[in-house]
Write a protein that binds this ligand. Structure first.
Ligand code: HEC
Length: 195
C-alpha cells in the first residue's frame, strides 16, 4: 500500500513538472522581485511621448564637464577664433609643464618636440605638409591653435574628444611657447594662479 502511494506521488510530481513551459517563468511567490515596478529601460508605455521609455535628451543638453565651443567649423569661424579667442588658463609653470606632457603625447609625433613640423611621422614620410609653428603665412594665435585642436584641419584630426577644455588650453600655452622659441623671442614670464 505504501509503495503504491509512493508511485502515485512520483507520477503526480512528474506530470506536474512536465507540464510547465520552460520558456515561461514558473510560479512567482513575490512577483515584485521578478517584474520590476519602475518602467523598463526601452519599454513601451502610453504615458511617454512616442510611447517609448527611452526618451531623447532635451535640446541643448551637454554632458557634465563639457564646455561648448561657439565658433563654427568654417573659414569665418577660424578667422574669428584666431582674432579674438584667448587662453583662459593662467600661464603658470605647472600649466606649461602639463601642456608639454600632453603635447609630447598627442602632437609631437607630427609636429616634432620643438614644433618645427619635423616629427617622427614626417621624417618617415608618413605624412606631408606639417607646418612649423613659426610659419609666417599661418601666423598662428592662441585662438587659432585652439580652433584647429577642436575641429582638426585637413589631415590633422580633432583633439576635442581626447582632451578636456583645460588640457586643450594647457597644450595651447605650450604651442605658443614653442612658437615664441622658434621666432627667437624672450620667454614669457610666468603668472601666478591668482592673476
Ligand atoms: C597626424 C599628424 C598631426 C598631429 C598628430 C597633429 N597635427 Fe597639427 N597639423 C598637421 C598638419 C598636416 C597640419 C597642416 C594642415 C593644413 O593646413 O593643411 C597641421 C597644422 C597645425 C597647426 C596650424 C594650423 C593653422 O592655423 O594653419 C597647428 C597650430 C597645429 N597643427 C597644432 C597641433 C596640435 C596642438 C596638435 C596636438 C594636440 C597637433 N597639431 C597634432 C598634422 C598633425
Amino acid at each position: 500500500m505504501k509503495s503504491l502511494f509512493t508511485i502515485v506521488l512520483i507520477a503526480f510530481s512528474l506530470a506536474f513538472i512536465s507540464c510547465s513551459d520552460k520558456r515561461e517563468r514558473n510560479y512567482q511567490y513575490f512577483p515584485n522581485m521578478y517584474v520590476s515596478v519602475p518602467y523598463d529601460t526601452y519599454g513601451e508605455y502610453e504615458i511617454f511621448p512616442q510611447e517609448q521609455e527611452a526618451l531623447l535628451i532635451a535640446d541643448g543638453t551637454i554632458s557634465r564637464g563639457f564646455t561648448p565651443y561657439e565658433y563654427e567649423d568654417d573659414t569665418e569661424g577660424y578667422n574669428k577664433a584666431k582674432a579674438e579667442l584667448e587662453n583662459t588658463l593662467p600661464y603658470t609653470e605647472e600649466n606649461l609643464a602639463k601642456g608639454k606632457e600632453l603635447y609630447n603625447i598627442y602632437c609631437a609625433i607630427c609636429h616634432g618636440e620643438n614644433g618645427k613640423g619635423k616629427g617622427y611621422l614626417v621624417e618617415r614620410e608618413k605624412i606631408l605638409g606639417v607646418p612649423s609653428y613659426d610659419d609666417q603665412g599661418r601666423a598662428i594665435t592662441e585662438g587659432s591653435v585652439y580652433h584647429v585642436m577642436w575641429y582638426g584641419i585637413n589631415t590633422m584630426g580633432s583633439y576635442a574628444s581626447q582632451m578636456n577644455n583645460e588640457e586643450l588650453w594647457m597644450v595651447d600655452h605650450y604651442v605658443m611657447k614653442l612658437k615664441a622659441e622658434l621666432e627667437g623671442e624672450d620667454p614669457r614670464e610666468f603668472e601666478t594662479e591668482s592673476e
